[in-house]
Design a binder for this molecule. Structure first.
Ligand code: COA
Length: 182
């Protein structure tokens, strides 16, 4: 899916929110590794990055060509500083109405409005893609992300006391959230 929107950040800079393209593969992987080393609230560790640059290129091409799924980047002054995306939970008749949402932003750019803008952009894309429900899983201690999700309408539908097992802190409780789109 294609997407393009410019937003004004709280520091006065302009941030471009757009779908990632094949050309962004290396920059996105670099940003992915950076963001996954900055917080203990994401699902994976930096070295668990699943893709090579070539695989990331193919992944981004698939998302750009998709009528439903999207991989968005946030770009400031030509540098990718964050990303977010939606993926179909499972391409089966009973589940294809459900999409999952994920987001990560370079810590140097937190608190400027990018998280809210990327989240709202993904919600808009999910509606355009015809999904009936957007879903996510967030560590309950991640009050910033939890607060952001609640503020855009996500509601909690369960908790998993052993959702993640962190190297640093052991069990992390995760909150399951969903947003109806229709
Ligand atoms: C969570 C994350 C995406 C938020 O992005 P961000 O760009 O810092 O968010 P924003 O600047 O748009 O702020 C979002 C809102 O959260 C609010 N907020 C900040 N701290 C908060 C807190 N402790 N509790 C509740 N709300 C909080 C802000 O006030 C803001 O609301 P506003 O738009 O009404 O001012 C970003 O911090 C991040 O990438 N974190 C690491 C990865 C991560 O946790 N991803 C989510 C995994 S589920």
């Amino acid at each position: 899916m294609k997407y393009n929107k410019a937003i004004l950040l709280k520091n006065g800079k302009t941030c471009l929110l757009r779908n990632g393209t094949e050309q962004d593969a290396q920059a996105l992987l670099t940003n992915f590794i950076l963001t996954h080393s900055q917080t203990d609230f994401l699902t994976t560790y930096p070295e668990e990055t699943p893709f090579s640059v070539e695989q990331e290129r193919e992944y981004l091409k698939t998302k750009e060509d998709s009528k439903r799924e999207v991989s968005l980047v946030a770009e400031v002054d030509g540098v990718i500083i964050g990303s977010a995306g939606i993926n179909t939970i499972r391409e089966a008749e009973k589940t294809k109405h459900r999409a999952s949402f994920g987001i990560s932003i370079d810590q140097a750019w937190w608190g400027l409005g990018i998280g809210r803008a990327l989240t709202e952009a993904c919600i808009a894309c999910a509606k355009d893609g015809g999904y009936a429900q957007l879903e996510l899983e967030v560590v309950s201690a991640n009050s910033k992300a939890f607060g952001l999700y609640q503020s855009v309408g996500f509601v909690e539908y369960g908790r998993n006391p052993r959702g993640f097992r962190s190297r640093l802190s052991g069990w992390q409780e995760t909150v399951l959230m969903r947003l109806e789109l229709d």
